[in-house]
Design a protein around this ligand. Structure first.
Ligand code: AMP
Ligand code: MG
Length: 380
């Protein structure tokens, strides 16, 4: 069982440094203090919450190759533990279904039957494939869950530091295309047209899972909660006395520096895509782990996109799609998605530029005065 961090209210200014980094773009989750509380805690013991007062709990577990963090408020520790156990169990269940690393996952068993008749799948798998297909169609194929064979070549390139051969890339690209995946909601089936097709949900699964974990907590009666699956965050009701969970975006020029922009988010999901951590440099060119399905090549443009929407599957897949498309077309895509907002950060000719979508400018902002005095705990 994970041990929760129980934090006395007066100290809980900033306890969570999430997760997202692109060449200096950090997104921090900052927990704002509640309304002025009584006495400061002693140096020796955490103060006990008043009867009925919600305490803050934090739990972490690794799933989908990333650390998931749950932060929640509850007046009842047993309820907090039950809630977090259920939320992590839900994430583990989705990992077992969606993984493209585990040969026994439902996704990989489906791929084993590519080229054959329609295959009955779980409602979770059908649901995420529906979400993936609609983002593939919306984005003109910039986001494409059938991109697996190409992604695998780039994973190998990261290990060997050699570019995939042109013939191998051409072969892999033959398996890619959203029209090769047929979904039947009535029958609950998926059909993959060609033997050798491989689905990859890496660009959508963590956002979907963070949102599902938040819904699980809600069903357990825990509403003041935030779930962060690495760079994919789902926020529920705000912390006590706060207008939202403060998400700070640090300036690009000074990685790790104090964030310069802060959003106050509740009932919203945030995702960032970029090439901060996973990339390979070959012959002086930096290739991202995100590939352009149109060319089969890892992205070489230095860019990162942070998206805010109402649900995690959309924010995650839209961030990936917008990264592939770049600021011009990506912005058009974001503007076309209801309630979506995005911040593009691009680096061109040594200069960093930030571009905001129209809705980004309307997002509630925060100015955490407490931030200076805060403790920051990195999670990555
Ligand atoms: P994200 O960090 O959400 O942008 O997802 C990146 C992951 O999505 C990669 O590691 C691949 O597994 C997968 N991926 C890469 N390129 C694409 C793409 N064009 N469409 C969909 N998934 C992709
Ligand atoms: Mg994504």
């Amino acid at each position: 069982m994970p041990s929760p961090l129980r934090v006395p209210r007066p100290l809980m200014f900033v306890l969570f440094w999430a997760v997202l980094m692109f060449n200096g773009l950090f997104v921090w989750i900052v927990l704002q203090p509640g309304p002025a509380t009584s006495a400061a805690p002693t140096n020796h013991e955490p103060s006990r919450p008043l009867e009925g007062e919600a305490s803050r709990f934090e739990f972490r577990q690794t799933h989908m190759g990333s650390e998931f963090t749950l932060i929640l408020y509850s007046a009842d520790e047993a309820k907090a533990r039950r809630g977090s156990d259920a939320a992590f169990a839900r994430i583990a269940q989705l990992d077992a279904a969606f993984s493209d690393y585990q040969p026994e996952s439902e996704l990989m068993r489906l791929c084993d039957q590519a080229g054959g008749p329609p295959v009955k799948v779980s409602s979770d798998l059908l649901s995420i494939l529906n979400r993936s297909k609609s983002m593939a169609q919306r984005s003109g194929g910039a986001f494409d869950p059938t991109v697996g064979p190409v992604v695998r070549l780039w994973r190998r390139a990261r290990r060997t530091r050699e570019l995939p051969g042109a013939d191998l890339l051409a072969k892999a690209r033959d398996f890619v295309g959203i029209d090769k995946m047929t979904l039947d909601d009535q029958a609950g089936t998926v059909q993959l047209a060609r033997k050798g097709m491989k689905l990859d949900l890496g660009g959508i699964a963590k956002g979907f899972a963070s949102d599902e974990a938040l819904a699980t907590l809600r069903r357990q009666g825990i509403r003041q909660a935030l779930v962060a699956g690495a760079g994919d965050i789902a926020a529920g009701d705000p912390p006590p006395g706060a207008k939202g969970w403060t998400v700070g975006i640090a300036p690009l020029e000074a990685p790790g520096a104090r964030p310069s922009r802060f959003l106050a988010l509740s009932h919203a999901c945030v995702s960032t895509s970029g090439d901060a951590e996973r990339f390979v440099v070959i012959d002086g060119v930096r290739y991202s782990h995100i590939v352009d399905p149109g060319t089969g090549l890892g992205l070489t443009r230095r860019a990162s996109v942070t998206v805010v929407t109402n649900d995690g599957a959309t924010s995650d897949s839209l961030a990936t799609a917008a990264t592939v498309l770049g600021p011009e077309q990506g912005l058009k895509l974001v503007e076309s998605v209801p309630n979506a907002a995005a911040l593009f950060v691009i680096k061109e000719g040594g200069k960093t530029k930030a571009i905001e979508s129209s809705r980004w400018k309307t997002l509630p902002t925060a100015s955490p005065k407490s931030e200076k005095a805060a403790a920051v705990v990195p999670t990555d």
